[in-house]
Design a protein around this ligand. Structure first.
Ligand code: HSE
Length: 313
């Protein structure tokens, strides 16, 4: 038996929503799990580059991290029903750039889990899958939209369960994902974050997070401009993302720009704007990075409202 799952990329945090806000985007990894016929062959994991932009996907960076997290996710699912995985061939057809802040690890965790769950006859419901996925990833903000699609506010509770709600993304807010040619692993990007933050910074984010949700509900661009700022992670990550401070500064007075934030743990940058014509924004981002000898690939994308899908072959 062979099961494939198509999983979208995700961008997390969106400014003030550190570790709780995430959105699915239409770039996909397809994860296939097959029971091998030869006993004793164990688990084999292969990754195939399906990206149209070779700079985005350096395959030599995939095996260690991605393989071990897929395995961990699949193993946790099997263990949850008292079994151990064996004799599986897992293939990842990857389009989502690795180590750029676009949820490539969340996609393989979710794909592996959903495919294995299907193979086992669906022992786990959505709540159980969300909980295992967030446990493997360490936070729920990428895995939740990867599973359910759309823009999602999520929280992993002390008992491991996930509470989430989908939010509406205003149709006329344009998303440009700016992907530099350098990589940044989430582990490194999390290692620079402090254990504790000043109360005033926590309050700064709390106000903006509430305002951002209201801005989304009321399509209030001015409020969103105020809200799309962060003091919990971006300031600490600035030094790991050369160009972020300059890009934010250079876009600050652009009328169409609603916000410019780090995508997940970076280094990709998300620019939210109020017009579909993003040429000026793109050229500002491009020029800023190119002046620092950084090549950039900019994709203007709609939100992906569908989460991971089982592909019936
Ligand atoms: N919320 C996570 C972080 C997302 O910022 O580290 C990682 O993709």
């Amino acid at each position: 038996m062979k099961i494939s799952v198509k999983v979208p990329a995700t961008t997390a945090n969106l400014g003030p929503g550190f570790d709780c806000l995430g959105m699915a985007l239409p770039i996909y990894n397809t994860i296939t799990i097959e029971e091998t016929v030869l006993p004793g062959t164990g688990i084999e994991i292969n990754v195939i580059n399906n990206s149209t932009n070779d700079d985005d996907l350096l395959l030599e960076h995939i095996p260690m991290d991605e393989n071990s997290i897929i395995y961990k996710a699949v193993e946790l699912l099997y263990n949850s029903i008292g079994q151990t995985p064996s004799e599986l061939k897992i293939t990842v057809q990857a389009q989502i750039p690795i180590a750029k802040g676009l949820g490539s690890s969340a996609a393989v965790i979710v794909g592996g889990l959903l495919a294995a769950n299907e193979l086992l006859g669906k022992p786990a419901d959505e709540a159980a899958l969300l909980s295992i996925a967030a446990e493997v990833e360490g936070h729920p903000d990428n895995v939740t939209p990867a599973i359910v699609g759309g823009l999602v506010l999520s929280s992993q509770e002390d008992d491991g369960s996930i509470i989430y709600r989908k939010l509406n993304w205003p149709e006329d807010w344009t998303i440009s994902v700016c992907i530099p040619d350098y990589e940044l692993s989430t582990d490194i990007s999390r290692s620079v974050l402090p254990e504790e933050v000043p109360m005033k910074d926590a309050v700064f984010n709390e106000k903006r997070m509430g305002m951002f949700i209201h801005a989304l509900n009321t399509h209030d661009k001015e409020l969103a401009k105020y809200a799309l700022q962060d003091r919990l992670h971006q300031p600490y990550r600035m030094k790991l993302v050369p160009g972020l401070d300059k890009i934010i500064e250079n876009l600050k007075h652009e009328e169409d720009v609603i916000g410019c934030v780090l995508s997940g743990a970076g280094p990709a940058i998300l620019v939210i704007s109020s017009r579909a014509n993003t040429d000026r924004i793109k050229s500002i981002v491009k020029d800023t990075w190119e002046n620092m000898n950084v090549k950039v690939n900019i994709l203007t994308l709609p939100i992906e409202n569908e989460g991971a899908q089982i592909i019936h072959e």
